[in-house]
Design a protein around this ligand. Structure first.
Ligand SMILES: Cc1cc2nc3c(=O)[nH]c(=O)nc-3n(C[C@H](O)[C@H](O)[C@H](O)COP(=O)(O)OP(=O)(O)OC[C@H]3O[C@@H](n4cnc5c(N)ncnc54)[C@H](O)[C@@H]3O)c2cc1C
Length: 398
């Protein structure tokens, strides 16, 4: 095989497939190379928050197993709990085998050539082209979009300076009796503090629960023991089947640049997961679409594409991740401060983060900084006794 394309996209997760979809729509010749054969299991909670659903360019309703218009956050060890509701789903639950397959199929239907069971082994520049060595032969393209996930071979082979922070996470697919499954119906549940510097979650699917746990520290804690305790706490002892899976999430972005000559980093390869939640699909989709648009707008000219993508990442993604990191410190690194903050303005903070996840506000709109947080908390200290969830929809955290 020695094929030539305008763009080769490496990886068919949400970042890669959305990039390929957009490039094909614009009439460019595009190939996707993917080491697996889709549909395939992917270690992920499969929670599509509202802002991810808004960003996805194709209709994925068919693969939504359950909508959750309610989110519940409990803070441990106190056990104090906050519930938020929205008229639209806060999180829509899917399984990634079906979700990713739907996106890839849309890209293929739009004209992208898909090479599955095709492993990228090396990348090199060759004149104005990028040569890609794969397990099925060589290919070349004017541009490569690296959407090959948290362990990106492309970034490593090109010696792109990393700087990402990879944290460990477990996802167990848990089959429980129907009455236990029904307890979690329609609710995205988050339990902060069930392990140091981390949280657990329960995402209800059609026939089972996706139960996860993550630690915001790279070395993690003993996640398996923490998961066993968490399953006990949830009352899942009667599980009839448990499938354990684990992987990493990049919660701090690449040091940059995100474009190196003719190679663009997107999604987990760039480190674009949300630092507060570890949610990665929103910015995987956004960055894939932005990279594709930059190639289209830059008319395949190296410098124009570089400028367009750098600007897009600076404008759309990095400010959100920076503000998110601030909130993440508050959530995970200072349990006493967290307890104090939540005792005063917990509902308000949950409403604000729910709005960000639902896609109706951005972290930047919360204007979180040491000073504003202090002002906001001081104000909350005077008003929180009158506060009720019904009033909270209008609450502003900034
Ligand atoms: C336990 C866990 C739970 C999570 N839960 C959620 C959640 O509920 N919601 C959410 O939004 N995010 C969640 N995330 C994060 C989310 O899974 C990622 O952020 C998201 O998948 C990133 O998408 P991507 O397209 O960048 O990369 P990926 O989805 O990782 O896709 C990369 C693709 O590249 C392919 N690939 C890799 N190397 C090669 C190679 N050398 N050659 C060819 N192909 C290659 C892989 O097979 C894969 O298909 C979770 C992550 C973990 C670990």
């Amino acid at each position: 095989m020695n094929d030539t394309y305008d763009v080769i996209v490496v990886g068919s997760g949400p970042a890669g497939s959305c990039a390929a979809w957009r490039l094909a729509q614009a009439g460019l010749s595009v190939a996707v190379i993917e080491k697996a054969s889709l549909p395939r299991y992917k270690t992920c909670g499969g929670g599509l928050v509202g802002r991810a659903m808004q960003a996805v360019p194709v209709d994925v309703r068919r693969v939504i197993e359950q909508d959750c218009p309610t989110a519940q956050l409990t803070i441990f060890p106190s056990g104090v709990s906050f519930t938020t509701h929205r008229a639209i789903p806060i999180v829509s639950m899917t399984m990634r085998d079906q979700f990713d397959f739907t996106l890839l199929s849309a890209a293929q239907a739009g004209g992208a050539v898909v090479h599955q069971r095709c492993v990228l082994e090396d990348v090199r520049y060759h004149g104005d082209c990028v040569m890609v060595a794969t397990s099925r032969g060589a290919m070349c393209a004017k541009f490569v979009v690296a959407a090959d996930g948290a362990l990106s071979t492309v970034a490593r082979k090109m010696g792109m300076v990393d700087g990402r922070l990879l944290i460990p996470a477990l996802e167990y697919e848990v089959t429980v009796p129907r009455d236990q499954l029904d307890r979690f119906h329609g609710i995205a549940r988050f339990d902060v503090g069930v392990l140091p510097h981390g949280y657990g979650w329960v995402f209800p699917k059609r026939q089972h629960l996706s139960v996860g746990i993550l630690s915001m520290t790279p070395r993690g804690n003993d996640l398996k023991s923490a998961m066993a305790r968490y399953l006990d706490r949830l009352g899942c002892q009667g599980a009839t089947q448990v499938e354990p899976h684990g992987f990493v999430i990049p919660i701090r972005p690449h040091r940059g640049p995100f474009v190196e000559k003719r190679i663009l980093l997107v999604g987990d390869a760039a480190g674009f997961a949300d630092p507060v939640t570890g949610e990665g699909i929103s910015f995987a989709v956004r960055s894939g679409m932005l990279a594709a648009q930059s190639v289209v707008d830059g008319k395949l000219e190296e410098e124009a594409v570089r400028q367009a993508y750098t600007q897009a990442v600076d404008d759309v993604i990095l400010p959100e991740l920076r503000t998110g990191r601030w909130l993440a410190h508050l959530f995970y690194d200072a349990p006493r401060l967290r307890a104090w903050v939540f005792s005063r303005g917990g509902q308000r903070l949950c409403e604000a983060v729910t709005d960000v996840m639902a896609g109706t506000r951005r972290y930047q709109d919360l204007r979180v900084s040491p000073r504003t947080l202090f002002r906001w908390l001081t104000a909350s200290a005077f008003t929180h006794s009158k506060y009720s969830p019904a009033q909270s929809r209008d609450g502003q955290a900034g």
